[in-house]
Structure formats: C-alpha cells, structure tokens
Design a protein around this ligand. Sequence first.
Ligand code: HEM
Length: 484
Amino acid sequence: MVHTVCVLVMETHPFAAAPPDSPTLESLPVEPLLTSEFDVDPGSVYERLRSTYGPVAPVGLMGVPAWLVLDYREVLEVLRNESVWRRDVRHWRARAEGRLPRDWPLLAGYEVRQTMFFDGEEHRTARLNYHSAMRPFQDGHSPEGWELRASVARYADELIAMLAAESGTTGHADLAAQYTRPLLLMVTTKLFGCPVELGDEMVMDLWRMLDGGPDAGPATGRVLGAMTRLAAHRRSRPGEDLTSYMLLSDPTLSDEQLGRELFMNAVHLNDITGNMVCNTLLEVLRGNATVRRSLASMQIGETVNRAALVNPPTANLCFRFAGRDVRLGNFWIRAGDIVSPSVAAAHRDLLAAQSSHLVDSAISTRAHLGWGAGPHQCPSAARELAGTIVATAVGRVFDHFARAELTLPPDQLPWRSGLMVRGLRVLPVRYELSAHSSALRAPGGGRGDEGVAVASPASPVASRPGSGLLGALRRLMFGGRKGD
Ligand code: HEM
C-alpha cells in the first residue's frame, strides 16, 4: 500500500528536480564499503549504514562515491521501475564527465555491452531472443533439456567418485574447488557447445572482473576473446547448444555481440550458479535448521530458496543509473547518479521484519530477490535450468555422503572480497561416503588402488532413498518417520 502511494507521487511529479539545498552524492562524506570488515561480516556493515542513513546510504567503492540501497521496498522500486533506473552505463554522469579514476577496476565488466546493460526496446528484443534460444534447455521435456539434466547428475557423480578415488571413503575435500567449480565448468562446456573443456583459469578471470581485481581489464578481455572465438566456431559448425540456438534465434548477431552475451552467461552459469551451490551447501553444513528441515523433507527447491534468503550469491546487483532526479530513502538522487541495489541488505531487512507474513508462510521464501526482480530479472528459462543444476549438485552431495562436516568454524571461512558476489574461496569438509554411494562401485564391481572404486561415468546410479546424509538428516529431523 505504502509502495503504491510512493509510485503515484513519483508519477504525479515526474520531472521534479532535487531541491538545490539537498546534499549531492559528491558532497557527502562516504565510508569505503569494501573493507576487511565487509568481507568477514557484511551484515554488520549494512546494519550500521542503515542505522546511520536509513534505506539508502552513500558509500565509497574503490574511491568512487555511490548510493547503496539497503531496504527491501526501495530495492524493489529500483529493480522494477525501469523508466527511472537505467542500466546503460552511458547514463552515468561521473563516467560521461571523465571523473572516474583511470582503470577503475569495477568498470571493466560494465563496458561489455550486452543484454543486461540494455534499456527499453533494445532490451526487450534481446530478451525475446534469450527466451527462444533457451527454451530447449528450460525443462527436461525436450531431448536437449533431458540430456543436459542427465549430464549434470553424471558429472556430479563422476566428481564425487574422483574425490573418493583420491582421498578414500573418508577424507577431506574442498567442495568449492574439487566439486562445484569443475562441475559448473563441465556444464558450461556442454551447454555452450565448447569444442575444448573450459578450465579454472576462466573462473579466476571472472573473479578478477567481478571482484574488481587490479587486472580486471585484461581478465575481462581474455574471457571475452575466448567467447568470441567460440561464437565464430559455432557459426561455422552449428550444434545443439545454446550458442548455436542464439544464432538461430537472431542470425544478425555478430561474433563480437554473441561473444559478449556468452561472456555474461558464463558469469551466471559458472560463478553465480556455483556460489548458489556452495552457499546452499554451507547453510546445511553449518546447521541452519530451516534449511535442513526443507532438505530433509526433500524440498530441495525450498532449501535453495531458504539459503538464498540468508545468503544470496548475487549480494549486490548490477549498478543502475538515475534517469532523472528522484527521491529515494532520505536523499535526493540526482540524474546520472550511480546506485547499487543490495539484495543481501534487503533480505536482512525482510528477515528482521518479524511480523512479516512473508517470512513464515509456506510461500515465504519466494520473496527472495536472488534472481533479481522487474524487467531485468533472471529469465524464467535460465532460472529453471539453474534451479535444477543447483538442486542436483546439492542433492548429489547429500546422497553420496553419510557424514559431512566443516573443517573450519563458519566465521573463519574465507570469502572473496567484492561488491557483487558473496562467494567462498574454499568450502573445506571432512566426509564419509555412504555405504550405498555409487562412488564406491567400480566398473565391473572392482575396487581401486586406494580401496575405493570409481563409478562408471556412463551409468550414474541414484542413491537408495533414505541412504546417505540426506537419509540421516531426515531421521534427525523427523525421527525416521517421514519418507524413510
Ligand atoms: C543460481 C543461478 C543464477 C542466479 C542466482 C541468477 C541471478 C540473476 C540475477 C539476480 C539477475 C538480474 C541481475 C540484475 O538485475 O542486476 C540475472 C539476470 C540474468 N541471468 Fe541469471 N542467475 C542465475 C543463473 C543464470 C543462468 C544459468 C543463465 C544462463 C545460462 C542466466 C542468464 C541470465 C540473463 C541472460 C540475465 C539478464 C536478464 C536481463 O538483463 O534482462 N542466469 N540472473
């Protein structure tokens, strides 16, 4: 209700200018956001900013002032109202006036013009192309969708079998480096139709770009170059992959344009999807009761939603630029100002509203903004595909393991430093394979050198219901009554 009134006020005075005595972003003292405190405990930083400034706070981003939007209602307004909040970086006044520091590391990715940074008609057309190119992969009903889903499960089984072959039936593993990252690289290689296996160096380049490392520019150039070459390759040899289907849906795309689209998809499919896997695994491993309960009752989609509410992988979404002067929170944002909508802070706001019916009801967790909202939200086909990948990746771990525990206290886990992504560098666990795990079975029933055999990649075996850590969780949560 309050939201409706606000929108109406904006519509009634569409061209209201900021009062001359209201402070400008450049005139306000700003606290640098990306500090070691932020890496360790961003939640406290969001709370301090909220209590000092209200729903919108001025912050410093590597020497550049920006508005950080903290409250759920205001974040939703920024995401939904595309007539005010523009995506194209050319709307940014400081950039247009040449006031940014040379090689400002967070800019590299924004200079790659693709669907996410289009506005208006150009954006709508590009999104339609996505919808038709992704449709074959959206669910498991088409041959491509079925094949991709079967591959995700098979890759997950293969990777766990490799862990078992290297470390034994009980041992230590880094579920980020040894499981999640390679899994998503294998999926990307397949979905994009890459003629060669993509490697971890591409993920590291994506980290450099997203986190604003000192070599963000060259790293962006390397991934972009690889994706452009892939686009050219698939143009000459089309296949049943996303790259070829994107060309089919818009044959006018040049190799460079398609390379830019693939670049952005690589960010989502590798880094963002991978972080959703790790963040969900972490919530289960650290004992988040509601997350565990939903996993134990086999509602993996709900498990992922609950984890995304507590710890969204896209903590702060891409910048928006004010199309005109507009009041937000306690400030007047000037036309051309840069704004970062904080999903992580908005979720804290939502969870703190104890009275909110959204948090406890059955549909509660759909309120999370982990997929974004409004015209630029993650396309439905991509969401369905990513949701299946995350659910499979998470589910397979708990199917195969009888026990898994973190080997570091949760508050000592190393997080990447960056604005956009909340991602773990490592996810170290001690595990014990379930006696029923297919990772114990060698092709032909034999055992490997270390006493642990490798599963046949060609024959992924679903774990027996009730076995593995998932079964143990269900017994823990429901005393063995439910579904065992
Ligand atoms: C768990 C995994 C994923 C998450 C959490 C996620 C999240 C998001 C979010 C938050 C946005 C909006 C960004 C913003 O408004 O600033 C977005 C946009 C987008 N995502 Fe995803 N995404 C995921 C997986 C994928 C995958 C696998 C693909 C494709 C292969 C994909 C393709 C896209 C595209 C094309 C857009 C741009 C839409 C537009 O600007 O109109 N996403 N995603």
